[in-house]
Structure formats: structure tokens, C-alpha cells
Design a binder for this molecule. Structure first.
Ligand code: ZN
Ligand code: ZN
Length: 283
């Protein structure tokens, strides 16, 4: 409802062509790998005519809790403070959503639940970035690629079966790390796991994100459009779009292109979230 009201205030923008002007996955400097301040991210979004921006700062979970030296309550409080500041600063210009990108929450479910219940999130994204507490980018070498790509799919499946969240973030993240090896297709085992992941999402009423960072890095979104089509074919409804911007220039990246791709694939609506409630928007 809130989104609908908000939309009418921006009708001059949303009626413009067939473009989506929302971004459901951005990081500011609050995240350890973010490059721009939250204010700069908002300014950039406002300049581009984006009407809704959902911050999904990182919160990584670790199997071995001693390895977590960064993500704690202080981190979250700093995030909320900055968010509230920007929310009032950009009131009437930009609708801001409070989100979180939970990294492998299934490895520390108690802590994940604590964080989820403690703060008033609009949107929760769940992604796998690490296997056995090691970042995927360090694991996907030429010789180890196949093993870890399969392991990644197993971890995503586990997360989807056991965790509470709204949408699955950038499925097939490993493609980002294949670099010149894009031509490899998934093994049969990977394909089976991906099918199971999609069925689990649909059964549990969870959404899937299509992430445009892949368009910047490997010329296809994450996951590729075929996977999103399969999710829809299985009865899935909640598809969100995010740029995974880590600096202001990347906010809203590739949205026109992704919109055309989705339409071509027969997808004419995307999901938005407010207070973790989902509603749909035509594209
Ligand atoms: Zn991510
Ligand atoms: Zn991200």
C-alpha cells in the first residue's frame, strides 16, 4: 500500500516508457566493500530519476564465530543511524527501503534470527558468499572450480531450505569468478541442485533476485534469464531487480536492458517489499 501511494507521487517518472526505476540491491560505505557514502548513493539515485532504493548492506555469518570481526550490533546501529539520516534528508525525493544482504545465514541460524527480529527491515536478501568461511572468489580457481561450484549450489539449497528471508540473491555467483572461462556449462549435478533450489523457493513462497552486476562483469545477469524463467514456470512470483552497486556510478545499472529481457521472457511484473510484505509492480 505504502508503495502504491509513493508511486503516485512519482507518476511522472513511472509512466515514462517501460523502464523500472527501482533498485533492490545496493551497498554504501557501511558495507566493508562499499565505496560511496549512503548520501552519495542516494544523490546518484535521485539524479537518475530512481524512485526507490533499497539498501542491502552486507551482514556475513560465519561457521567459526571467531572469524567474525566486523558484523555486530554496533555495525547494525551505525547502519540504521545513517539510514534514518538519509531517509529524512531525501524525503519526498526518494523512497528508501531498509534491507540486509545476509551472507550464508544458515551457518549461524541463531545469530541470523536475532538480527532479523531486532531491526525493522523492509527486505531481506539471502546470498551465499562463503564456503567454510572462505570467500568464493578465493575458491574458484581453474582446478577447483567444478568442486566449489557444486558445493556452492549445495550451500544455497541448504540456506533456502532452512532460513527465513524474502529473496535469494545472485544465484550462480560463481560465474562472476569464472572470468575467461564463461563457456563452461553447469554439471548435471549442479543443474539438479539448481532445480531443487528453485522448487524450494517456490514451495516456501520465497523470491529470486535478478542481479545486474553480471551485466557489468560477464555480460549476463546473475542468474541468467533462463533460471528466472524456470522459477516462474514452477509457479514462482516474486522477482526483484538489483544492481548490487558498491559505488554511486553503479546505482540502477542495466535496468532498461533487464526490463526488456524480462518482458521478452514473458515476465511483466516484479516484486517490491515494504515491512517485509510483498506487492507487485507492472513493468
Ligand atoms: Zn552478494
Ligand atoms: Zn550485494
Amino acid at each position: 500500500m505504502q508503495g502504491r501511494l509513493m508511486l503516485s507521487a512519482f507518476s511522472f517518472i513511472t509512466e515514462r516508457e517501460d523502464t523500472m526505476w527501482i533498485d533492490y540491491h545496493v551497498h554504501s560505505r557501511i558495507s566493508p566493500d562499499g565505496k560511496s557514502s549512503m548520501e552519495k548513493m542516494c544523490e546518484s539515485a535521485a539524479k537518475k530519476g530512481i524512485e526507490e532504493l533499497v539498501f542491502t548492506e552486507h551482514y556475513e555469518f560465519y561457521k567459526d564465530k571467531k572469524k567474525n570481526i566486523f558484523f555486530n550490533e554496533n555495525y547494525m546501529e551505525g547502519y540504521i543511524r545513517e539510514f534514518e539520516k538519509c531517509k529524512s534528508q531525501f524525503q519526498g525525493i526518494l523512497h528508501l527501503g531498509l534491507g540486509l544482504e545476509m551472507g550464508q545465514p544458515h551457518v549461524d541460524p541463531e545469530n541470523a534470527e536475532k538480527i532479523r527480529e531486532r531491526f525493522p527491515f523492509d527486505y531481506l536478501l539471502a546470498s551465499v558468499h562463503k564456503i567454510e568461511d572462505i570467500d568464493m572468489k578465493y575458491l574458484c580457481g581453474e582446478k577447483t572450480r567444478e568442486r566449489y561450484e557444486e558445493k556452492y549450489c549445495q550451500e544455497v539449497l541448504k540456506m533456502c531450505q532452512t532460513c527465513e528471508f524474502d529473496c535469494l540473491g545472485h544465484l550462480n555467483l560463481y560465474k562472476r569468478y569464472r572470468k575467461q572461462q564463461q563457456n563452461f556449462s553447469e554439471t548435471n549435478q549442479q543443474k539438479k541442485l539448481i532445480e531443487k533450489i528453485l522448487k524450494t523457493l517456490v514451495r516456501r513462497g520465497k523470491g529470486i533476485e535478478i542481479n545486474t552486476s553480471g551485466l557489468r562483469q560477464i555480460r549476463e545477469p546473475l542468474p541468467e534469464i533462463g533460471i528466472v524463467m524456470r522459477y516462474k514456470e514452477l509457479g514462482g512470483l516474486k522477482i526483484t531487480v538489483g544492481s548490487d552497486a558498491h559505488k554511486e556510478a553503479e546505482v540502477g545499472y542495466g535496468f532498461e536492458k533487464i526490463c526488456k529481457m524480462l518482458n521478452k521472457a514473458g515476465i511483466y511484473q516484479i516484486a517490491r517489499f515494504s515491512g517485509r510484505e510483498c506487492f507487485f509492480e507492472s513493468i
